[in-house]
Structure formats: C-alpha cells, structure tokens
Design a protein around this ligand. Structure first.
Ligand code: SD4
Length: 326
C-alpha cells in the first residue's frame, strides 16, 4: 500500500503521542509520605502522638488535628494554650483558635473566655454556623449553646505568676523569653487530605482584647489541599503583617520546598523590621510547613524554636534552623 505524505504525518503523530503517553506512564509517581503530622514546640511530641491515634488508623486529618491540640489545651501545666494559660494584664484568660480543612472550610474564635477547648468551638463555628469567626461574648454564648461547660481558666499557678508580674507591671511582651508558645498542628492523612489547627492563650499579659495571628486564617494557619499547609508561632503582630502562613503556602505553590518557603517568609518578616527600623532582639517567629507529598520544613527568626514530626517511621523533635546567627 502506498503511504501518502499525509498518512505519514498522521501515523507519526500517533506514534509520538503514544510515546509521550508511554513516557508519562513510565514516570514513577511521586512518593507521598503519608500520613504525617507536624506540630510546633516540645509539646508537639505529645500532641502528635494523640493525633496519631486517628491518623495511624487511616482517619481524617481534620479529626486528628482537633484531637491532638485538645490534649495541650486541657493541660494546666502548659501556660501558653487553653486551661492554665497566662492571662492578659487584667487577669482574664482569653483564648484564640482556628481550624481549616481540605475543602477550605474555616472556623475561628477570638478572645474567648471560660471554655476549655477553643479549637472545638472553632470547629463548631465552621460546621454549625454560616460564619467563619466569632469573638468575645458572642463566641462564649455560642460555645455554651453547643453544650460546653463554663469554667475558670485561671489556675492557681497562672494567677500567682500574673500577680508576681503585676508587682512590676512592666508592659514589655517578650515572646520566646516568656516561654509563650502556641500550638500549631498540620497533618496529611492517608486519603491525601490536609488540615490544620492553631490554638493559644496569646501573648502573656497582653492588653485586654488583643488578638495575635493565631486565630487569623492566613496569618496563624493556612491550608490549601492542592499545595500544602503552614502554621506560625511567635510574635503575632509580625506574622499578621506579612500574612505569614498564607505567604508560606503561596511560596510553595510557586515551586519552593516547604523549607525554602519558611525561610523566605522569615526573611520577609525581618525586612519589615528593617523597614521600620524596629528592634527584633526580643522577638521570635517560627513557621512549620507541610507539602501535599508529605515533605516538610521549618524556620525561625532566632535560635530556640523546635517542632515535632510524626510519620509511619518515627516521632521526633527537631531544632529549627534560624536566620539571625550573630
Ligand atoms: C500570639 N502567636 O498570640 C501567638 C503567640 C505565640 O509563641 O505563638 N507564641 O501572638
């Protein structure tokens, strides 16, 4: 049979197409490290273990992160989250939290008092209301309407520390120094879905009504199920200024690894200090990030921030690398 020039082109393009298809099929699928969970600070080890009771059974990241951070919220010996948290300078323990799932559902509570588990109230805001944020009295009323108990969050320990602080009453919030650590947790489940939670009592002895980054979606936490998730800890005002967690996720979207994205976000924060000629000596900011493939990274402004990772292989605490080395 005579092969015309036209036939030749059709046949060769089919072959080329098939080859391209073959090449695509031959590409090994990117290995996904899942499930995996990351949390800020030392208590992240315990929180991750708690989350793993769900993640390790093939459960949902959303359920795992809520369960994981609740453990720390309920611990009176952790003075930076939930029950036993340091109060504001007038003695009120006010809590901030937010949650985000793989479908971009979000919920947050700001300046919530008297409730043990702000993260659960945030989840209820997400699932039971047409809104995404509730604050103060309204958040408390809502929590009570959901059957949550009204309690005193100021433990004797925290009350004593506050009264000691009042003797000087010097209003100079120092983040790392006052050991004021938020728990941010991000996880990738067996189904390949990401979710995150962030919960805190905020900066110790803050002004009444002060809100940091932690309950602000985009600042304290961000999840994009196509790309990755990030969460922040440290001096909230500085994280809000660059919409930190959203920035990290967007940098990942543009091709940076989770590690490089966290580094770039911290550099961006330092640039804003420089712009204002502000002193960053007593400031700490840390980010952790997790990609859709289970790759992770972390970075902070200065020495002292660590984070916990748990996957199928191990559970470990890692000291994050930092920007200011002098
Ligand atoms: C805040 N980002 O309220 C929180 C505090 C914190 O480590 O994370 N400290 O600004």
């Amino acid at each position: 049979m005579k092969v015309t020039r036209r036939d030749f082109f059709i046949k060769s393009s089919i072959v080329t197409g098939a080859l391209a298809l073959d090449i695509n099929c031959a590409q090994p699928a990117a290995k996904v490290n899942k499930p995996i969970v990351l949390s800020t600070w030392n208590f992240g080890i315990r929180a991750n273990k708690e989350a793993w009771t769900i993640l390790g059974q093939g459960g949902k990241a959303l359920d795992a992160i809520e369960k994981g951070v609740r453990l720390i919220e309920a611990d009176p010996n952790e003075h930076s989250v939930g029950y036993g948290g340091r109060p504001d300078r007038d003695g009120h323990v006010t809590l901030d939290a937010c949650i985000m799932d793989e479908k971009a559902n979000i919920g947050a509570v700001l300046c919530l008092e008297h409730i043990m588990h702000p993260i659960t109230v945030a989840r209820k805001v997400m699932e039971e209301t047409p809104h995404v944020m509730l604050s103060g009295e309204g958040a408390l009323d809502f929590a009570l309407s959901q059957g949550m108990e009204k309690i005193n969050l100021l433990t004797p320990d925290s009350e004593k520390a506050w009264k000691d602080w009042l003797e000087k009453g010097e209003y100079k919030p120092k983040v790392n120094v006052e050991n004021h650590d938020t728990i941010g947790m991000i996880a990738l489940d067996d189904q390949g879905n990401l979710s995150g939670a962030c919960t805190t009592s905020g900066m110790a002895y803050k002004m009444r009504g002060r809100i940091g980054d932690s309950p602000i979606i985009g600042a304290g936490l961000y999840v994009d199920n196509e790309v990755g998730a990030a969460t922040a800890t440290g001096h909230g005002e500085e994280v809000v200024r660059v919409v930190g967690s959203f920035l990290v996720v967007e940098l990942m979207r543009s091709g940076l690894s989770p590690q490089k994205a966290c580094e770039e976000a911290v550099v961006r924060i330092k640039q804003k200090f420089d712009l204002r000629q502000a002193d960053l000596k007593d400031t700490q900011i840390g980010f952790i990030a997790l990609s859709k493939t289970g790759e992770y990274g972390a970075y902070c402004l200065q020495k002292g921030f660590n984070f916990a990772v748990q996957d199928k292989v191990e559970s470990k605490l890692i000291d994050a690398d930092y920007l200011i080395k002098t």
